[in-house]
Design a protein around this ligand. Sequence first.
Ligand SMILES: Cc1ncc(C[n+]2csc(CCOP(=O)(O)OP(=O)(O)O)c2C)c(N)n1
Ligand SMILES: [Mg+2]
Length: 299
Amino acid sequence: MSLEITRMNPHFADVMPQEYTDLVENGPFGRDFGARDLGSFKELFEEHPMCAGCNLSLAFRIIVASLPNPADTIMVGSTGCNSIAFPQLALHNVHSLFGNQNAIASGLKRGLALRFPDKVKDVVVVAGDGATADIGLDMTLHSWFRGEKFATVMFDNEIYANTGGQESGMTECGEIRNMAPTGKKFNKISVANLAIEAGCAYVAVVTTASPLKISKCFEKAVLVAREIGPTYVQIYTPCPTNLKLKSSESVSLAKERSKGTYQFREHVSPEAEEFLAARAEKTEEQVRVTSKDEEMHSA
Ligand SMILES: Cc1ncc(C[n+]2csc(CCOP(=O)(O)OP(=O)(O)O)c2C)c(N)n1
Ligand SMILES: [Mg+2]
């Protein structure tokens, strides 16, 4: 979606739905909003039908609000609970067949680079742990081996939530699930380590206990993917429905896990580090110039 597409024909302004008018007038397109500003602008992801206390939708809301260039972003989802969120997203997006998301995103990113050689077009994959680490592991890894320039986000609820609670490769060893009553027999797969080995330029492991960390890591992942190579962000998003938790307890669980078996990790390749440092310097310079400008105007 480009800004021009979003902008409405003035002749139809009086008959457009309020939701749409709101999006054009108060949405994030072309403005420098981030997760910190949530609540002060019209969001691109609203009124979703996910379960109360769903941490996946919380993470989804944060990453959508943190997109560096939403007007030129296409998101690729996969079958799972995220596919219930996608119809509520006011951005171009693709629903791919379960497990195929990184293959679809590879073609999409390459196609966009050919079609719009002078424009920045970001592609972002979001998928569950089953789609990323089990059925789609082949597509995930090979997109990284090939160095495809897009970000992959895994919503890790450690379960096949959407189909009622089967264990996934990301379930912890010994854990029992609704439809896996004898307990998981092997260890959780370390997709973050696989990502580093496969050559991802930026990798982060975060939980919903730290929304601003999710936002910062995700933004870095999109920017590094744009300039350098594949990136991966793994977000722990506990599912209160499958774990039979009260809706208010799911973030507490994320908090607890973030101090134990789900600690924050970040890997930045030397090239990505250099790029991010140069960008931070540029942004600081911009802030200095803007505040100097403001000083001069108010004098
Ligand atoms: C090709 C294919 N295989 C299996 C399914 C059934 N299926 C739908 S969602 C799902 C599990 C999704 O688990 P995950 O990726 O972890 O997402 P979550 O629902 O937990 O967010 C499965 C197995 C399907 N829809 N398509
Ligand atoms: Mg899952």
